[in-house]
Design a protein around this ligand. Sequence first.
Ligand code: PLP
Length: 374
Amino acid sequence: MSSPTLPARLLLGPGPSNVPERVRRAMAQPLLGHLDPAFLALMDEVQERLRPLFGTRNPFTLPLSATGSAGMEACLANLLERGDDVVVGVAGVFGERMADVATRIGARVTRVETEPGTALDPDAMGSAIERVRPTVVSLVHAETSTGVYQPVEEIAAAARGVDAFVVLDCVTSLSGLPVELDAWGVDAAYSGTQKCLSCPPGLSPVSFSERAVERVRGRATPVQSWYLDVTLLAGYFGGERVYHHTAPISAIYALLEGLRLVGEEGLEARAARHREAAGALLEGVAPLGFEPLVPEAIRLPMLTTLRLPEALCGAPEAALRRRLLTEHGIEVGGGLGKLAGAIWRVGLMGENARVENVERLLAALRAERVGAAG
Ligand SMILES: *Cc1c(COP(=O)(O)O)cnc(C)c1O
């Protein structure tokens, strides 16, 4: 992991996570042209390998050439036209970002909020959906700002009751928690490569149901974003292979290797590894005075939010995080918004979801005398 010029870091924040050696080597392979049959075969394999991660058979499943936030824009910009209604579940920063994106698209946004650290109330979502009868219902599966798992199935069922399209943010959940787009009735979903997939940031795997693609094809107005227009992207990723934009070749090499690693491990084993690492973290930090922010039933395994001991709240926590980084080479995340200075966000994502990494963090905290009496 070391380099002559860059410091070695164990990335235990909210993303990116560390990239396995096999992925780094794959990324260093020589370039192929983006229309070369040898490259197109790799792209086919990427698309094939993404479907089981999303729990879908959607033909339109592909890596967008941009980060997770572009996946968010793509789902909302394709499915919404100016003046359409959308109900957005806002349970943290990323739900908030969805509401912002939908507003900029010109949609009429109804927000259903919940306190940071809690899950969306399916009844509150359900009654907003009944009242508004929106075109789209949008929510985040794993809210990385708070560490909370959202009740997707119940909300998706309410959306289907009024024939709305469901958009789901799977940036943090994909390959760390079960994602079942087809079984849940989700129409469009997006993820990112730098969280539980442990690839470099820069791609956003997305999936659209056939019903969603039909909706895009039947729009009254063209999709506002040329770059993210699903009907144009289908020309490259579908059968015809017509030029739309130059695929980021090296990033695709990396993603494919990351997906092969997921395939070798198996999704269930990978999810179990995430749960085991998170369990070890909570057990290890409890004697040091850290408590989980989120109750177990809705707690994410790949991103743990920890309430800090009283003595660390405010400026001391920022100083300690800085020392963890500079003295111990470990990155952890701070709190956002209302939770800034009061919590940490510890990511054990993908490659990093291992008990040995928890032990490294605990050793560093003990070396910094966290929790020591007096
Ligand atoms: C990280 C994250 C995003 C944004 O992804 P970027 O790759 O940073 O653009 C969106 N949603 C969630 C839940 C995330 O954790």
